[in-house]
Design a binder for this molecule. Structure first.
Ligand SMILES: Nc1ncnc2c1ncn2[C@@H]1O[C@H](COP(=O)(O)OP(=O)(O)OP(=O)(O)O)[C@@H](O)[C@H]1O
Length: 243
């Protein structure tokens, strides 16, 4: 197993307790937890974007070497400068020091493959929230790094696009990359992730295959919902005593 990310005792003040984590090639890990649990903090500290105690294998790299190893989709999707979709995707390509050229051909091909062709020539600030989210994910993927840290890649997407994105991330993992993505849609994460990590109040509460992580007890305690499993699918429901 090739570890693409290793965290040892990574901690950020009161926001994230000492956290150990190893992420291997082939894993699509859904990082779930209530609002304010510390998910974004964990991603940003792992990337070296936040002052943190402990060790992150990515933060330990020289800053100029990091884009070769990891791409990041930030939770913040706002872009205010005028730039065309394909140009922005090409910037992702150019961020990787191993890539040569302006990346426009690669950006065009990737935009086609990800279904962005209909708005590929438009300026990013004029796109809808969901379109912008998909373009920013394309930019991150264009980097071609073996590790992707994605903060809510399915937020603001319509149901079909959410599923397509989850399947795309799973396909990346199946092809040998590693993906760590924060998600709020528990059924979607359970369906497509190879592994789920539940973070609550800055502590990892559970870590493993979705079927073992999403127990009734944990979902009630951490999320305040009931979880129902039916075949390969999952649904969430309000707790009976709150109905
Ligand atoms: N810059 C900051 N300074 C101080 N506290 C912060 C800062 N940013 C976030 N926090 C706090 O740290 C905690 C964890 O925040 P974080 O953004 O990591 O949560 P999250 O799990 O990603 O939440 P969400 O699901 O709402 O995106 C929260 O209590 C938040 O208010």
């Amino acid at each position: 197993m090739t570890a693409l990310l290793t965290l040892r005792g990574l901690a950020v003040g009161r926001r994230l307790g000492p956290t150990d984590l190893a992420l291997a090639a082939g894993e699509f890990v859904g990082l779930v937890g209530p609002n304010g649990a510390g998910k974004t903090t964990l991603l940003r500290a792992a990337l070296g974007l936040l002052p943190a105690a402990g060790h992150s294998s990515i933060a330990a790299l020289p800053i100029t070497a990091r884009p070769r190893h990891v791409a990041y989709l930030a939770q913040e999707r706002e872009l205010v400068w005028p730039i065309a979709v394909e140009e922005l995707v090409a910037l992702g390509w150019r961020a990787n020091p191993d890539h040569r050229g302006d990346g426009m051909a690669q950006a065009r091909a990737l935009s086609q493959r990800l279904g962005l062709a209909a708005f590929a020539r438009r300026q990013v600030p004029g796109l809808s929230g969901g379109e912008r989210a998909r373009v920013l994910l394309a930019r991150a993927l264009a980097q071609g790094a073996p590790l992707l840290l994605a903060d809510e890649p399915c937020a603001a997407l319509d149901p079909a696009q959410s599923i397509r994105t989850a399947k795309l991330l799973r396909a990346r993992a199946d092809a040998g990359d590693a993906v760590l993505a924060t998600m709020h849609d528990l059924p979607l994460a359970a369906r497509y992730c190879t592994r789920m990590i539940v973070l609550d109040q800055g502590e990892i509460r559970a870590d493993g295959p979705p079927g073992t992580v999403l127990t009734q007890e944990l979902c009630r305690e951490v999320f305040g919902v009931a979880v129902l499993r039916h075949g390969a699918g999952w649904t969430i429901a309000e707790l009976e005593d709150e109905a």
